[in-house]
Design a protein around this ligand. Structure first.
Ligand SMILES: Nc1ncnc2c1ncn2[C@@H]1O[C@H](COP(=O)(O)OP(=O)(O)OP(=O)(O)O)[C@@H](O)[C@H]1O
Ligand SMILES: [Mg+2]
Length: 315
């Protein structure tokens, strides 16, 4: 559904997007993360036909946003990171105005507007003036606006920014509902744990380049795997610790890093072998009270990916 091919955008000396290649399948909720200035907004604006790239191509549903912007625009709904709403319009009038702009006939409008107000949990605010809506409500109204022409792809630039946890959870539910409707969603955010709950895949951008692209599980496993962490009720005596370390090394192929009552082993996850290791520790009389694979949080994985990338680019 989304394809970027050697996409480049330069602003003077700034390389906002740097030979970006991206592929997102239809039906994905794809996260776009990266530090400030990574090029997320720029790439999204190019896909939404709002900005022309310096080189390369960006395609939506097989249609080039660069060479066939009209056709591409029909396939994309875009919600910018900063938006204005008109003061003296009611919620439904605001949507009605934009429905007119996208050429929807009067009959179809009402039905569509009611469906979108319902989807974005704004039915109760139909008659409210838009300037009196809360920030979260305004964001949802803009989402409804982006969906008026029934696009296949929704591009949402930081839709959760400035929202309280309840509003964010509500946005998450709405995005899931949108995915169930068969849409593809590209969503940027700094709030990484937020993305991990709602996204099916993601791309990490770093200085306009792709540092990672894949499923959430792949990202979490990417660099670190998941170390085995063994917690003890107390620090065992030296002799017991030495014997346990030796047996663990033999069994798991890697020596544990022992810090008093927490032992950590960097090995590939293997359920059978892990179970064997636990049995062995019990038999030796090691006072184990915790035995688990510690999966990195999305935040950690993100740091790893961008950090590793920085290191690579300095070679
Ligand atoms: N209109 C512009 N003119 C000049 N430089 C720009 C313009 N728009 C973006 N840039 C530069 O391009 C780079 C990428 O900016 P972009 O807004 O795409 O990043 P971002 O990932 O969306 O950042 P943020 O997380 O802060 O929203 C930055 O260095 C920015 O200063
Ligand atoms: Mg941005």
């Amino acid at each position: 559904m989304i394809e970027c091919i050697e996409l480049v955008k330069r602003y003077g000396k700034t390389q906002a997007v740097d030979h970006l290649n991206l592929h997102v399948d239809a039906g994905e909720i794809h996260g776009f993360v990266g530090p400030n200035g990574a090029g997320k907004t720029t790439a999204m604006r190019i896909l939404a036909t709002l900005c022309a790239p310096t080189a390369g191509d960006a395609r939506v549903d097989g249609v080039s946003a660069v060479h066939q912007p009209q056709q591409a625009r029909a396939r994309v709904g875009y919600m910018p990171d900063f938006f204005g709403v008109y003061d003296n319009l009611k919620a439904w009038e605001y949507l009605d105005f934009y429905a007119g702009c996208v050429g929807m006939d009067a009959k179809a409008r009402r039905k569509r507007i009611d469906a979108l107000l319902d989807l974005t949990a704004l039915s109760g605010k139909r008659e409210a003036y838009v300037d009196q809506l809360s920030r979260g409500m305004k964001q949802r109204l803009c989402l409804a606006r982006a969906m008026l022409h029934d696009p296949k792809l929704l591009i949402l630039d930081e839709p959760a920014s400035g929202m309280d946890p309840v509003a964010r959870a509500q946005m998450r539910d709405i995005l899931r509902e949108i995915a169930r409707m068969g849409k593809t969603v590209l969503i940027s955010s700094h709030i990484l744990p937020e993305l991990s709950e709602v996204c099916t895949s993601m791309t990490v951008l770093q200085r306009g380049k792709k540092a990672f692209s894949g499923t959430m599980t792949e990202l979490e496993k990417r660099l670190h795997g998941a170390p085995l962490v063994i917690r003890l009720t107390q620090t065992p005596d030296e002799e017991l610790a030495r014997r346990a370390a030796q047996r663990l090394s033999e069994l798991l192929g890697s020596a544990p890093a022992m810090e008093e009552d927490v032992w950590r082993i960097e090995t590939q996850e293997d359920v059978q072998r892990d179970a064997q290791a636990l049995r062995m520790l019990m038999e030796l009389g090691v006072p184990v009270c915790g035995f688990a694979r510690e999966h990195a949080t999305l935040e950690q994985a993100f740091m790893e990916v961008t950090g590793a990338y920085e290191a690579q680019s300095h070679l």
